[in-house]
Design a protein around this ligand. Structure first.
Ligand code: NAD
Length: 438
C-alpha cells in the first residue's frame, strides 16, 4: 500500500484517484476548486461517468479515498504524486501548461522526502524536463524525486472501465527504481498481465499525442469518405464495415458523424501540429485532419440549412444531444456548439435536449430553451437534428415524432435512424454519407 496524492480532480484525476484507491492504495485527491472538493466530501459526484459514483463511494467507505483543497499538505504526505490538471488549448494552438507548471512549483516547495512525481495530464513532448527544472528550482525542504510520465488513455463515457482494464500502461521513467514503484502502484493490472511499457519520458509523452492524433485522423478520414459517398451514391456504412473487417484497419473510429469534439482530440491535434511545426517536422496529415473536422462541423449546419429551404430565419430547430458523445455530460468542443451557433446566427431558434448535458451546455448558451425530453424538444419544430447518439434517440417512435413536429424534417448526423422507416413515415431527411430524401 502506498500513500498517493492526485492533484487535479477532473475527469482524469477523479477516475484515476478512485481507481488507484480501488487497487488498495491510500489516495488523496486534491484540487484548488473548493466547491468541487466540498461536493465530493459530501458524497456528490461533480461529473457524469458510468460506474464512477459506486467506485468513489466504495473507496471512501473503506477510508482509502479522501478529498482536500490543501494541496501543500497533500504533497507533503505522499510517496507518489500524480499530476492530472487540465492542459487546454492556448491562444496559439499550443497546449497551455500553466496549471501543470503551477503544480510543479507547489510540489517543489513542499518536497520533504523522496517522492515519485508522475504526470498523467497530456503535455507536449519536452514538458517532463520543464517540470523537473521547476521542481528543482523550488525545492526548499530538502526532498528528492524521480520523474515519470504516465499518460492516460481513458475515454469519457467508459472511463472507469478503461482505467480499471486498460489496453496497456505506458510508464516513461528515466530510472528503474521509478518504473518499479509505478508498476507497484498498478500491481493488480500487472498481475493480470496488462502490458506495461517502460519508455523514456519523451517517448511516453509522444505516445499519447501520436495515439490521439491518429484516432482523430481516422475520424476525419471516414468523414471525407462519407462526403464522397454522398456524391457517388455509395453507402458509407457498408464501406466502413467492409474496411473495418480488414484486420489491418480495424472497425474502431470508422463511424462517420458531425466531426469529433471533446476535451482531447481537438486540443491534442492542435498541440502536436504546433509542436511539429516548431520542431521543423510539420505533420501535414494532422493539419488535414484538423481542417477536415472544422469543415465537417460547418457542413452539418449547411445540410440543415438545405433541408430548411436555404435559411434558418424564423425556424425552430429541435437539437437532440449536446454532449460530444453519449454517456458523458462533457460538451467541450462538441459539434452541437457549432450547430446551435449557426442556427442562432442565421436567425433561427433552438429547443435543445440532452439526457444529462443540459446543465453543462448552459455555460455556453445560457439562454437556450432546454427541454426535459426529446419529445419536448421536437414539439412544433420545423426540423430536428440528432447530434449525439444516445440510445434513447435510436428508439424514437417516428409516427409520434411526425405528429408533434411542424414539419417532418430530420438531420441525422450520427446515422442512427433507419432510412427505410424514415421513408415509410414520410420524413424528409439527410444524414452523413448515406441515402437521403431532400
Ligand atoms: P478537467 O478540466 O476535468 O480537470 C482539471 C482539474 O484540475 C480541475 O478540477 C481544476 O480545478 C484542477 N486544477 C487546475 N489547476 C490546479 C492546481 N494548480 N492545483 C490543483 N488542481 C488544479 O480536466 P480533465 O479532462 O480531467 O483532463 C486533465 C488532463 O488529462 C488533461 O491534460 C487532458 O488532456 C488529459 N486527459 C483527459 C482525458 C479525458 O477524457 N478528459 C483523457 C486522457 C487524458
Amino acid at each position: 500500500m502506498k500513500r498517493i496524492t492526485v492533484i487535479g480532480t477532473g475527469y482524469v484525476g477523479l477516475v484515476s484517484g478512485a481507481g488507484i484507491s480501488d487497487f488498495g492504495h491510500q489516495v488523496v485527491c486534491a484540487d484548488i476548486d473548493a466547491e468541487k472538493i466540498e461536493q465530493l466530501q459530501k458524497g456528490a459526484i461533480p461529473i457524469y461517468e458510468p460506474g464512477l459514483e459506486e467506485l468513489v463511494k466504495r473507496n471512501v467507505a473503506s477510508q482509502r479515498l479522501s478529498f482536500t483543497v490543501d494541496v501543500n499538505q497533500a504533497v507533503r504526505d505522499a510517496e507518489v504524486i500524480f499530476i492530472a490538471v487540465g492542459t487546454p488549448q492556448g491562444d496559439n494552438g499550443e497546449a497551455d501548461i500553466s496549471a501543470v507548471e503551477a503544480v510543479a512549483r507547489t510540489i517543489g516547495e513542499n518536497l520533504n522526502s523522496y517522492k515519485i512525481i508522475c504526470t498523467k495530464s497530456t503535455v507536449p513532448i519536452g514538458t517532463g524536463e520543464k517540470i523537473c527544472k521547476i521542481i528543482n528550482t523550488a525545492i526548499s525542504a530538502g526532498g528528492t524525486f524521480d520523474y515519470v510520465s504516465n499518460p492516460e488513455f481513458l475515454r469519457e463515457g467508459s472511463a472507469v472501465k478503461d482505467f480499471l482494464w486498460p489496453d496497456r500502461v505506458v510508464i516513461g521513467a528515466a530510472s528503474d527504481k521509478a518504473f518499479d514503484i509505478l508498476r507497484d502502484v498498478y500491481r493488480p493490472l500487472y498481475v493480470n498481465e496488462t502490458p506495461m511499457l517502460h519508455t523514456n519520458v519523451a517517448t511516453a509523452e509522444m505516445i499519447k499525442y501520436a495515439a490521439n492524433a491518429f484516432l482523430a485522423l481516422k475520424i476525419s478520414y471516414i468523414n471525407e469518405v462519407a462526403n464522397l459517398c454522398e456524391k457517388v451514391g455509395a453507402d458509407v456504412h457498408q464501406v466502413s464495415k467492409a474496411m473495418g473487417q480488414d484486420g489491418r484497419i480495424s472497425p474502431k473510429f470508422l463511424h462517420p458523424g458531425p466531426g469529433y469534439g471533446g476535451s482531447c482530440f481537438p486540443k491534442d491535434t492542435h498541440a502536436i501540429a504546433e509542436l511539429a511545426r516548431k520542431k521543423g517536422a510539420p505533420m501535414n496529415t494532422i493539419d488535414a485532419a484538423i481542417n477536415t473536422n472544422i469543415k465537417q462541423k460547418k457542413r452539418m449546419a449547411e445540410k440543415l440549412k438545405d433541408l430548411l429551404g436555404g435559411n434558418f430565419s424564423g425556424k425552430m430547430v429541435g437539437i437532440l444531444g449536446l454532449a460530444f458523445k453519449p454517456n458523458t455530460d462533457d460538451v467541450r468542443e462538441s459539434s452541437s456548439i457549432t450547430m446551435i451557433q449557426s442556427i442562432m446566427d442565421g436567425g433561427g431558434k433552438v429547443q435543445a435536449y440532452d439526457p444529462i448535458a443540459n446543465e453543462t451546455m448552459k455555460e455556453y448558451f445560457p439562454d437556450l430553451s432546454y427541454c426535459n425530453s426529446w419529445a419536448e424538444a421536437c414539439d412544433a419544430a420545423d426540423a430536428v437534428v440528432i447530434m449525439t447518439d444516445w440510445n434513447e434517440f435510436r428508439g424514437m417512435d417516428l409516427p409520434y415524432l411526425k405528429s408533434i413536429m411542424k414539419a417532418p424534417v430530420i438531420l441525422d448526423t450520427r446515422n442512427i435512424l433507419s432510412i427505410d422507416q424514415l421513408s415509410e413515415n414520410g420524413f424528409q431527411f439527410d444524414n452523413v454519407g448515406r441515402k437521403t430524401i431532400l
